[in-house]
Design a protein around this ligand. Sequence first.
Ligand SMILES: [Cu+2]
Length: 124
Amino acid sequence: MIVLCMLFLWVSTAMAAQPLEIHVSEHGYFSSSGEQVTHLEVPGGVPLTIQFVFDEDLTSLAIGDVHQFRVITKHWEQTSEEIWIMSPETTITFTPKQGTEYRIDCIRACIGMDHLLDLRLKGV
Ligand SMILES: [Cu+2]
C-alpha cells in the first residue's frame, strides 16, 4: 500500500507541469524576484508552463502597451494570448526537448520591443 501511494505521488509529480513565471516590462524579461533574464535553462522532457505577467510601472508610458509572446524553435512555434494592464497574465504550456534551444519574442509593436526579443530558453 505504501509503495502504491509513493508510486501515485511520483506519477502525479511527474505529470504536473513545472511553472516558470516571467515578468514583462518595457525594460525586458524578469524573474519573479526582479532579476533580468536573458537565458534560461529548464529540464528537458518535462512539461513546462510559462506564465507571462504584465509588470509595467504605473507611471510608465508603456502602461498602455499590449504584449503577446511567441516561443519558437526549428519546425515548431506556439503563440500566447495578449497581456495588457486589464488582462495581465497568460500562459504557454509545452514540453521542452532536451538539447533544444527556444527563442521567446514579443510579437507586438510595443515600447519595449528591443528588450523583448530573443529571450533564450534551453531544455537541458
Ligand atoms: Cu511587447
